[in-house]
Design a protein around this ligand. Structure first.
Ligand code: UT7
Length: 323
């Protein structure tokens, strides 16, 4: 049977690093509060000329380099983002132009912080359906551009960045030992929309709007939702947390990551945590964390990895894959 395996990974981060101390000058906050409540020490903030498209294109180039491939080898680009450069066209087609891809197709997926998992699951179906051979899956965000920088309850939490992978169709045996995506579970529940949303949009307000979040409310649901979809993936694959080598969660809050891992029975040393350096980069957070653990040598060929994310909508999802 066909499996979708990651054969390359790359990232791109803006030049400017903003440490917590810098935010103390903008809003009534403290490094101590931010670190204790979230685990965030710094985030990257896009400057002039750095956009969701430019960061996404750079991450994609790096992923292609690491796969030893060129853009000619790619049939499809799927970009997960909630911060597109334009209302339309899809930022994925702008990335397609920058990379020089004139064949195939490209489009955006909008599932906020869960976007990268939704994009991977979509790419997996195209690959297993034999519609394409290789897909560039990108998560790229510039949340700094939709934050209200006077709102201390949100502006300290988010950062900008991009991560990308090349997913390739390979032959598997239909066994848990196969390389590639082994199980996925996606969910959404629109009843929670008002807990985390952007208060603008072309049809409603003709403005871009700003992010609004009832943080405590989101926190209340996050752990239950994350652990549900992760457990669903364990069940589909017929394995338990002890078989896992790495847990690569969405980086929204260190306390959510710790509590989810504890509830799932995943040991601390298997959890990849990058929130301290990146903050919450929404759809970019999972590929950024994955790339960090691949590049520092923690994740090795054959390792079993669980990805998960939860965010606005609500949307949430998990994916089990073998590196
Ligand atoms: O990626 C999408 C999914 N998003 C999430 O998963 C986020 C989920 N939520 C969270 O991570 C947490 O709820 C937050 C980090 C957003 C907030 O942490 P919390 O422990 O839930 O704090 P809280 O909202 O209950 O606020 C506690 C206190 C409040 O003051 P009072 O009412 O107790 O006097 C806030 O006004 O902390 C205050 N506060 C701050 N103080 C200093 C809120 N933001 C700040 C701040 N600096 N930046």
């Amino acid at each position: 049977m066909i499996r979708s395996a990651i054969c390359g990974i790359g990232i791109a981060l803006p030049e400017r690093v903003v440490k917590n101390a810098e935010l103390e000058k903008i809003v009534k906050t403290s490094d101590e509060w931010i670190v204790q409540r979230t685990g965030i020490r710094q985030r990257y903030v896009a400057g002039e000329g750095e956009t969701t498209v430019s960061l996404g294109a750079q991450a994609a180039r790096n992923a292609l380099d690491s796969a030893g491939l060129s853009i000619k080898d790619i049939d499809c680009i799927i970009l997960a983002t909630s911060t597109a450069d334009h209302t339309f066209p899809a930022s994925a087609t702008e990335i397609q132009k920058i990379l020089g891809m004139t064949l195939g197709f490209a489009f955006d997926i909008q599932a906020v912080c869960s976007g990268f998992i939704f994009a991977l699951a979509t790419a997996d179906l195209y690959l297993r359906g034999e519609m394409v051979k290789r897909v560039l899956v990108i998560g790229s965000e510039t949340f700094s551009r939709i934050l209200n920088w006077k709102d201390r309850t949100t502006c300290v939490l988010f950062g900008d960045g991009a991560g990308a992978v090349v997913l390739e169709a390979i032959e598997g045996r239909g066994a848990i030992q196969d390389q590639g995506i082994l199980a996925s579970k996606l969910r959404s529940d629109g009843r929670h929309m008002e807990k985390l949303y952007v208060d603008g949009g072309p049809s409603m307000t003709q403005t871009t709007g700003h992010l609004r979040m009832e943080g405590r409310e989101v926190f209340k649901y996050a752990i239950g939702m994350i652990t549900d979809v992760v457990d669903a993936c364990f069940n589909i694959a017929g394995i338990g947390p002890e078989s896992l080598d790495w847990f690569v969660p969405h980086q929204a809050n260190k306390r959510i990551i710790d509590a989810s891992a504890r509830k799932l029975g995943i040991a601390d040393e298997k959890v990849v945590v990058t929130i301290g350096e990146h903050g919450n980069t929404s759809a970019a957070s999972v590929p950024l964390a994955l790339a960090v653990a691949v590049n520092d040598g923690r994740i090795r060929k054959g390792d079993l990895i669980m990805l998960e994310a939860m965010g606005g909508g609500f949307t949430w999802g998990a994916m089990l894959l073998r590196w």
